[in-house]
Write a protein that binds this ligand. Sequence first.
Ligand code: XMP
Ligand code: MG
Length: 180
Amino acid sequence: MNNDIEKVLYSREEIQAVTEKLGKQITEEYIDKNPIVICVLKGAVLFMADLAREIKTYCEMDFMDVSSYGDGTKSTGEVKIIKDLDTPVEGRNVLIVEDIIDTGRTLERLADLLHHRKAKSVKICTLLDKPERRVKGVVPDYVGFEVPNEFVVGYGLDYAGRYRNLPYVGILKPEVYENK
Ligand code: XMP
Ligand code: MG
């Protein structure tokens, strides 16, 4: 599996350091706010698990799996919910935890949905941000790393369902795609 990786972009140690830093900022911001921290499945699972341990104040955790409708030509602000939250968000401070923001479509729609459900505040924490590819005006509140416009895998991110269990983020060798 490690042989399929061309280059490690962020090591386990670098991810750990940035996660600690983000956790400190989030702790300060959310003290006494009892936020609902929402993990966007499946990619954000590893990041969520590590980040949650760095949030040193009361919070709740919930999980959501969404996919964008169609090709994004419809601007309905809708997301197809594959697994919804168990917790009502009305009047609550919500922090969305994502693995990567690419075009921004998924998160824009998700944030709209949570506002529509009358969340008191909606903020976004993403491990990786690919600002070059942005087509929607999503600005994350907390970012681990800005990544170049390459397809990355590991630490939750997959290619064809694989590589999520790598402890680091890396770029796949082109032959891995070509051999499919
Ligand atoms: P949008 O474009 O809505 O999409 O911001 C974000 C989702 O696209 C997936 N994505 C990636 N997944 N490596 C991945 O494994 C990547 O480099 C990558 N870029 C985008 C991901 O599911 C994310 O939630
Ligand atoms: Mg994702």
